[in-house]
Design a protein around this ligand. Structure first.
Ligand SMILES: NC(=O)c1ccc[n+]([C@@H]2O[C@H](COP(=O)([O-])OP(=O)(O)OC[C@H]3O[C@@H](n4cnc5c(N)ncnc54)[C@H](OP(=O)(O)O)[C@@H]3O)[C@@H](O)[C@H]2O)c1
Length: 148
C-alpha cells in the first residue's frame, strides 16, 4: 500500500475464521489457525499500520463480535479471540491518544455464509426453505465500517 499509494488512511481488521466446537474438539492446528488469524494477525497488521496511520491522522477499525461479551460454548476459542481484540482496542485507545482513531464494531449475528454453515441454518434438500442465515445484513456492518 505504501509503495503504491504513498500513504495509509485506514486499516480495517475484518478477517477471521470461526471453528465451531468446544476447545477440546479442536486439534493443535485448529487452535493455532484461529489464534493466528483472529488475533495475532490483527495485532501484527495493526503494529505495521500504526506509524503510517499516525502520519495521516487516520483510522483503525476492528471488527470483533458480541461474543467478546457473551462467549458461546460451541465457539469457545473464537469467542476468546473476539474478546482479545476487544482488549487490544481498549489498550490502543489509551496508547494512541493523539493522531489515530481506534474504532470497534461488535456485531451480533450477521447473515454471512459462515454463519449459515456454523449454525446449520443453511438450506438443505430436507429443509429447502430454511433461511440462508439469520442475523443482520452484512451490508449494515459494512455501512458501519464506512461511517468510522
Ligand atoms: N457472521 C457473524 O455472525 C459475525 C458476527 C459477529 C462478528 N463477525 C465478525 O465479522 C468478521 C467477518 O466475518 P464473516 O462472518 O464475514 O466471516 P466469513 O464470511 O467467513 O468471512 C471471513 C473473511 O475473512 C477472510 N480470511 C479468513 N482467513 C484469512 C486469512 N488467513 N487471510 C486473509 N483473509 C482471511 C476470508 O477471506 P476468503 O474469503 O478469501 O477466505 C473472508 O473474507 C469477523 O471478524 C467476524 O468475527 C461475524
Amino acid at each position: 500500500m505504501i509503495e503504491r499509494y504513498g500513504r495509509l488512511d485506514a486499516l480495517v481488521n475484518n478477517a477471521a475464521v470461526g471453528r465451531v466446537g468446544r476447545l477440546t474438539d479442536l486439534d493443535a492446528e485448529g487452535v493455532c489457525e484461529v489464534m493466528t488469524t483472529n488475533f495475532v494477525a490483527v495485532a501484527d497488521l495493526t503494529r505495521l499500520a500504526l506509524p503510517h496511520v499516525r502520519r495521516t491522522q487516520g483510522d483503525i477499525v476492528m471488527v470483533a463480535s458480541a461474543l467478546a461479551w457473551f462467549p458461546a460454548p460451541p465457539l469457545s476459542l473464537y469467542s476468546a479471540t473476539r474478546a482479545s481484540v476487544h482488549g487490544l482496542v481498549a489498550a490502543l485507545r489509551r496508547q494512541e491518544t493523539r493522531d489515530v482513531r481506534v474504532h470497534e464494531i461488535l456485531p451480533g449475528f450477521v447473515a454471512t455464509e459462515w454463519l449459515a454453515y456454523a449454525s446449520g441454518w443453511r438450506p438443505t434438500d430436507a429443509r429447502p426453505h430454511a433461511a440462508t442465515a439469520i442475523g443482520t445484513a452484512p451490508s449494515r456492518v459494512a455501512a458501519m465500517v464506512e461511517r468510522c
